[in-house]
Design a protein around this ligand. Structure first.
Ligand code: PEP
Ligand code: MN
Length: 361
């Protein structure tokens, strides 16, 4: 038999809960108005100065019996939920979001009869050398990977090198080799572009334009690439959060181009045994939050060739729409990334293990 007094207190708690709930909802609708106004004015929602002012006022006005610290903690939770609400109501407007477009976007890279589709039943494999070094190197790699079923040939003609003394790429000559090798072997060609001044030229030769990790937040480049009329392979910035990465896609989407493939390529962490840390959660989250295809560049994530197979398997298992892997006829002599590119025998081993997960007919 419950105690009569406790029951009365509980009834009173129930009605106080409802009052708090009403006040919370009232507060949330004001927050929502503030959030909308801030968005209109291009202002940030998070304002730590305003938050600490509110906390100070509340602590000063606290009649007890809760301690000041407890009151602060409770209100911090309310502030956090309010910020989430403001950020959430911005999201449906973002073009990358599944809230704006629930169904998957497929991205088609084509030239003549050759057609590669991202986001379809078959997974895509992008392969080729890190840098385009010579016609012989590019053609032999294209021929080899094409014979293993690879339809999307990669190769860098403009190389983003950490040192200005590193090989910078062959420029237009490299683009010509890439386009010609792809055409000879029934492939389409993807190449990185680093400078707004080269976008037109790169778009002339390449069937897909790549924005590399170092340019992921080069907004002028993103806008220019968005307007180039070609599908875009958009790498994640090595220090970009999910939100920053998806907003880079938004730049391209807002220029009217929805043909974007997101590419996770590892992020910078404290870890040194791999060149970057492959963030597979980001792949799962990007698949969930966006309608765009997502692939994984295992080569630049790992920076070492001995773990490319398990990383590619993991990427496909987590839901990636494809894998990007560098292949070179003789990695030991490669002008860039020679620790991480596969040679032809290594690529055959890679295909043996990864191909069953690609769903290729
Ligand atoms: C590349 O793909 O050639 C490259 C430089 O990759 P990332 O921008 O991911 O380092
Ligand atoms: Mn490389």
């Amino acid at each position: 038999m419950p105690d009569q007094k406790i029951q009365e207190y509980r009834d009173s708690i129930d009605s106080i809960n409802l009052e708090i709930l009403q006040l919370l909802s009232k507060r949330a609708s004001v927050v929502s108005q503030i959030g909308k106004r801030q968005t209109e004015m291009g202002q940030k929602h998070y304002d730590p100065t305003r938050e600490s002012e509110m906390l100070e006022k509340l602590e000063a006005a606290n009649p007890g019996p809760f301690a000041g610290g407890t009151i602060k903690q409770l209100f911090k939770e309310i502030f956090k939920a309010s910020l989430d609400l403001e950020e959430k109501q911005d999201k449906p407007k973002l073009k990358y979001s599944r809230k704006a477009k629930p169904e998957n976007t497929t991205v088609v890279v084509s030239r003549g009869d050759v057609r590669v589709e991202f986001g379809g039943a078959e997974k895509v494999l992008i392969s080729g050398p890190c840098s385009i070094e010579s016609w012989e190197q590019m053609e032999s790699t294209a021929a080899f990977v094409a014979s293993r079923g690879v339809k999307l040939l990669r190769g860098g003609a403009y190389k983003p090198r950490t040192s200005p003394y590193g090989f910078q790429g062959l420029g237009e000559e490299g683009l010509q080799y890439g386009a010609r090798a792809a055409a000879m072997h029934g492939q389409v060609f993807v190449a990185e572009v680093m400078d707004t001044r080269d976008v037109e030229l790169a778009a002339h030769y390449a069937d897909m334009l790549q924005v590399g990790t170092r340019n992921a937040q080069n907004f002028a480049l993103l806008k220019e690439v968005g307007k180039a009329g070609k599908p875009v392979l958009l790498k994640r910035g090595m220090s970009s959060t999910m939100e920053e990465w998806l907003l880079t896609a938004e730049y391209i989407l807002s220029s009217g181009n929805d043909q974007i493939v997101l590419c996770e390529r590892g992020i910078r962490t404290f870890e040194k045994w791999t060149r970057n840390t492959l963030d597979l959660s980001a792949v799962a989250v990007a698949k969930l939050e966006t309608h765009l295809p997502v692939i994984v560049d295992v080569t630049h994530a790992a920076g070492r060739r001995d773990i490319l197979i398990p990383l590619a398997k993991a990427a496909l298992a987590v839901g990636a729409d494809g894998v990007h892997v560098e292949v070179h006829p003789n990695p030991a002599t490669a002008l860039s990334d020679n620790e991480q590119q596969l040679d032809f025998a290594g690529f055959d081993q890679f295909m043996l293990e990864v191909r069953p997960m690609l769903g290729w007919k």
